[in-house]
Write a protein that binds this ligand. Structure first.
Ligand code: ATP
Length: 367
């Protein structure tokens, strides 16, 4: 109920952006609630950075509207285009552009000096920003003597020092090594929650998006493929693109056997005659269906499971040990499916086995 009363902090409406004649963003609409962390996720070239830069005022859209706190900062209809520095936001970039010849303090103070703030105010604000990212002990150190993670923290402090209402992040962790990226993800998420600052975050890294976001906007070719919480996007992908991009999935197509639909489940018959039961999630089910099954939701066993639905004989074709999990390729009729499982003894190649999946884990895709 409280949710409904809240007005969005950022609204993007029918945004279009062209580079010359090339459309980079082709009519994108979404909103960000106050204090929310929203992520634009998608493969390289899908238009996520261009969208973020348009919110920042660093890119001139060709049509649409962007409102911050209810006021238009860009509107093609009203001929409004507020300059970047008057939009009350801060941006953290991938290349954190720390000045190596300056101290940590000077790096963070720089923007305030440009704005001619008083010496006293600068000291108070810089120290507060350094405290936020636990970098006060390094205040007087030369920025070149910091690790990559520490430099990225300084870049964050530089964004926080203005106490912006909105923070924009453009792949801020992509220059860090995998382990540090994992740690910084959690740290950034906690910081964002603690400050309650509205954020828009751009990444092509799925794990990062799932771990950090309240909601995710999945983009493809300048359009929105799906908007939802990390759980929604992962558990009920709308289409084959999202199913495959957000995690790893098997896509199964076939005829709709309406005569076999039962117990709220819909029945799909594959070309080789297997019946797969799944959930429609309110989506229209036509004469032909495509369903998505996550590789981690399929289970293999030598003994026939007790379940009455979604149990089939399969042949093990190949197993690939991948450390945290084992990937098994199985022949299921004339289709090949992928099964991922952690902590199992791999089945022998060529062996006959049974495969099963909970119908609740099988999701009907939109056409
Ligand atoms: P990445 O993760 O690689 O940055 P992205 O999803 O952020 O990808 P954008 O950078 O927004 O994608 O680019 C969207 C499209 O616009 C791409 O096709 C890209 O080639 C094109 N594009 C981006 N910047 C320019 C530019 N300055 N001039 C011309 N075309 C551009």
């Amino acid at each position: 109920m409280v949710e409904e009363a809240r007005k969005p902090h950022i609204e993007v409406e029918n945004l279009e952006i062209h580079y010359g004649t090339v459309p980079a963003v082709r009519g994108v609409s979404f909103s960000v609630q106050p204090g929310e962390q929203l992520t634009l996720l998608g493969p390289s070239g899908c238009g996520k950075t261009t969208t973020l830069r348009a919110i920042a005022g660093l890119e001139q859209p060709s049509a649409g509207e962007i409102r911050i706190g209810g006021a238009a900062v860009y509107s093609s209809a009203q001929h409004v285009n507020i300059p970047a520095e008057k939009r009350g936001l801060s941006m953290v970039f991938q290349s954190y552009a720390i000045w190596p010849h300056m101290t940590v303090f000077e790096n963070v103070a720089y923007g305030l000096r440009v704005r001619r703030e008083s010496k006293e105010a600068i000291v108070v604000k810089v120290d507060r920003a350094l405290d936020m990212v636990q970098m006060r002990p390094y205040r007087d150190r030369g920025a070149s003597q910091l690790s990559g993670g520490q430099q990225q923290r300084v870049a964050l402090a530089r964004a926080f020092v203005f106490q912006p209402q909105v923070l924009l992040f453009d792949e801020p962790l992509s220059n860090l090594d995998a382990k540090l990226r994992g740690d910084m993800r959690i740290e950034l998420r906690e910081l964002q929650h603690r400050l309650g600052v509205t954020s828009v975050y751009v990444t092509h890294d799925l794990e990062e998006a799932l771990a950090m976001s309240d909601r995710i906007v999945v983009m493809r070719d300048g359009l929105i493929a799906q908007v939802g919480s990390p759980g929604d996007i992962y558990n009920t992908p709308r289409n084959a693109f999202v199913a495959d991009f957000v995690g790893s999935a098997n896509l199964i197509s076939g005829k709709h056997r309406t005569d076999l639909d039962a117990d709220g489940l819909i029945a799909l018959e594959t070309p080789s005659g297997a019946i797969l039961y799944g959930m429609a999630h309110g989506r229209p089910a036509g004469a032909t269906l495509t369903m998505s099954v996550r590789t981690v939701h399929l289970h293999l066993s030598l003994q026939k499971p007790n379940a009455s639905r979604n149990v089939w004989p399969v042949r093990i074709e190949r197993t690939v040990f991948q450390g945290d999990f084992t990937q098994t390729h199985v022949a299921w009729g004339d289709q090949r499916l992928v099964v991922r499982a952690a902590g199992i003894e791999p089945l022998a190649e060529g062996q006959q086995a049974f495969m099963t999946v909970d119908p609740g884990r099988v999701v009907l895709l939109e056409e």
